[in-house]
Write a protein that binds this ligand. Structure first.
Ligand SMILES: [Mg+2]
Length: 226
């Protein structure tokens, strides 16, 4: 069994400045499935799950709740397909320190997983195009649970099922948004916050994560293994 489990958020944590392609895939998917013109303006995308973002976009465009519920599965499938076709090369979009940390964790025998609001195929595509996919053994994605705490719970259950983790072993969640720190807290796992997203370091500090860094160059893998 791996010596530790380390769960990572994607946007603002592993990758940043990945372009408008994700946002545009959601807009285009909604257009194709419902005919509605929508926007992500006025939606605080940061830390949100993709299905919640889609719901907000549709609500802002005046869609009734019933339409949102019924169209959601088709919209998410379409958004994933569009993103898979349009995702750019992301090899130069990793946050500082990410590659070195992943390499070190892997060589020390840790298992890595994803906990992200991205839809499944969008999240995996980003990692593939960033050249990071092979580091990750499991993932909990935006459409799988209603909130981030539920995604962390799901990732832990999956890690246990795969024999990658058991209670008592070190487990951390690394993320750049207040929602990541809170989701780790709810699940009583180590909360590691990194200020490479849009949340200022002071705002993350106020949530009192177990560890807090400007970026992952400051993080030593050892801290995650004990
Ligand atoms: Mg994030």
């Amino acid at each position: 069994m791996p010596v530790a489990l380390v769960l990572f958020d994607i946007d603002g944590t592993l990758l940043r400045r990945t372009g408008p392609h994700h946002r545009l895939a959601l807009i285009e998917a909604i257009r194709r499935v419902t005919g509605l013109e929508t926007t992500t303006d006025h939606i605080p995308l940061h830390g949100m799950l993709d299905p919640d973002i889609i719901s907000r976009m549709l609500r802002q465009a005046g869609a009734p709740q019933r339409l949102i519920r019924e169209a959601m599965p088709a919209i998410t499938r379409e958004a994933e397909a569009i993103y898979e076709r349009t995702c750019p090369d992301l090899r130069r979009k990793t946050c500082p320190g990410v590659r070195r940390l992943l390499r070190t964790l892997e060589s020390r025998g840790a298992a890595m997983g994803l906990v992200t609001g991205n839809l499944t195929r969008i999240g995996w595509k980003k990692l593939e195009r960033a050249g990071l996919r092979h580091y990750f053994r499991l993932g909990a994605f935006g459409e799988m649970r209603r909130n981030r705490a539920g995604l962390v719970r799901l990732a832990l259950a999956e890690a246990r099922r795969l024999g990658l983790w058991q209670r008592g072993r070190p487990v951390s969640l690394i993320g750049d948004a207040p929602a990541d720190v809170e989701a780790a807290r709810v699940n009583r796992i180590r909360a590691v916050a990194v200020a490479t997203g849009i949340t200022p370091k002071e705002e993350l500090a106020a949530l009192q994560p177990d560890l807090l860094f400007d970026d992952l160059r400051q993080m030593s893998a050892e801290e995650l293994l004990r």
